[in-house]
Design a protein around this ligand. Structure first.
Ligand SMILES: O=P(O)(O)OC[C@H]1O[C@](O)(COP(=O)(O)O)[C@@H](O)[C@@H]1O
Ligand SMILES: [Mg+2]
Ligand SMILES: [Mg+2]
Length: 329
């Protein structure tokens, strides 16, 4: 089944639906295909003129993350279904002009893991969608909403294959791009994350600055005291790729706060929320160190938060360590 057929099926389950969401999604899919094609050519950038290099005609070309941002902004505005766009690449939100305005707000990281571009490691696009409910003129308050109010979320991973993972609020499904057909095909129906995993994923280079619960948790992963086997460490440094592996194989992904970054590194609206939405929809959990991640109410569009997400039981363990610390404080 193609992603288009899948979304049309979803639409037919909601008789009130007028197809606006289907159109919006088809424009997101188009953006993903475009960026996938650019990423595949990144290694040839110098020859063909892409991605921040000077091409053989001596022309300066756009960097891949700037190019990806332009692609998504144009694709989303031309859908005629969006009103506010928040991108990691743009300091300010984009308010769509009234003639092209629709009811959806899209928050996105057009190219996540961009430090991995030059060595050909998997990177991706992350997105979340909110809806403006009544017909008021959209304001920033329409996106400064807790993640649980998102209507849909997903990511596209540009790796050994191009995989789009999507949730519209009733489970998680994965689609792989067939390059010869130019279509995303349903390859991972109804993804459920294993209840407990054997992998932890964190940048251990920051360990000297971690707080007590994170330090204890990672110590337990390496030197378990309950007779279980140690967990394996896997860390790519591309959130999309690290979360994708966590979703399929189980385990936990951590980007905690540390002394240097008290709010962690990852951005609430377009990294933490979409990935937390997918995790919960797949049966996992997502926690900030203080609360359920999807309950967080952001106060600015580029806000950051610590994040622990993945298999239900693994996240439960880190929650217990934070609860114990609070009790002892
Ligand atoms: O290099 P660090 O500190 O481990 O950070 C890795 C994290 O930073 C990110 O690359 C940030 O995303 P961007 O590339 O979109 O800025 C995440 O993908 C990844 O999880
Ligand atoms: Mg990112
Ligand atoms: Mg980015």
């Amino acid at each position: 089944m193609t992603i288009t057929r899948f979304v049309l099926n979803e639409q037919s389950k909601r008789p009130e639906s007028r197809g606006d969401f289907t159109i919006l999604l088809s424009h997101i899919v188009l953006g993903c295909k475009f960026v996938c094609s650019a990423v595949n050519k990144a290694g040839l950038a110098k020859l063909i003129g892409l991605a921040g290099e000077t091409n053989i005609q001596g022309e300066e070309q756009k960097k891949l993350d700037v190019l990806s941002n332009d692609v998504f902004i144009k694709a989303l505005i031309s859908s005629g279904r969006t009103c506010i766009l928040v991108s990691e690449e743009d300091e300010e939100a984009t308010f769509v002009e009234p003639s092209l305005r629709g009811k959806y707000c899209v928050v996105f990281d057009p190219l996540d893991g961009s430090s991995n571009i030059d060595c050909g490691v998997s990177i991706g696009t992350i997105f979340g969608i909110y809806m403006v409910k009544d017909n008021h003129a959209p304001t920033l308050d329409d996106v400064l909403q807790p993640g649980k109010n998102m209507l849909a979320a997903g990511y596209c991973m540009y790796g050994s294959s191009c995989t789009l993972v999507l949730s519209t609020g009733s489970g998680v499904n994965g689609f792989t791009l067939d390059p010869s057909l130019g279509e995303f095909i349903l390859t991972h129906p109804d993804i459920k994350i294993p209840k407990k995993g054997k992998i932890y994923s964190v940048n251990e280079g920051n360990a000297k600055n971690w707080d007590g619960p994170t330090t204890k948790y990672v110590e337990k992963c390496k030197f378990p005291t309950d007779g279980s086997s140690p967990k394996s460490l896997r860390y790519i440094g591309s959130m999309v790729a690290d979360v994708h592996r966590t979703l399929l194989y189980g385990g936990i992904f951590l980007y905690p706060a540390d002394k240097k970054s008290p709010n962690g590194k990852l951005r609430v609206l377009y990294e933490v929320f979409p990935m937390s939405f997918l995790m919960e929809q797949a049966g996992g959990q997502s926690f900030t160190g203080k609360q359920r991640a999807l309950d967080l109410i952001p106060t600015k569009i580029h806000e950051r938060s610590p994040i622990f997400l993945g298999s239900y039981d693994d996240v439960e363990e880190i929650k217990a360590l934070y609860a114990a610390e609070q009790k002892n404080a």
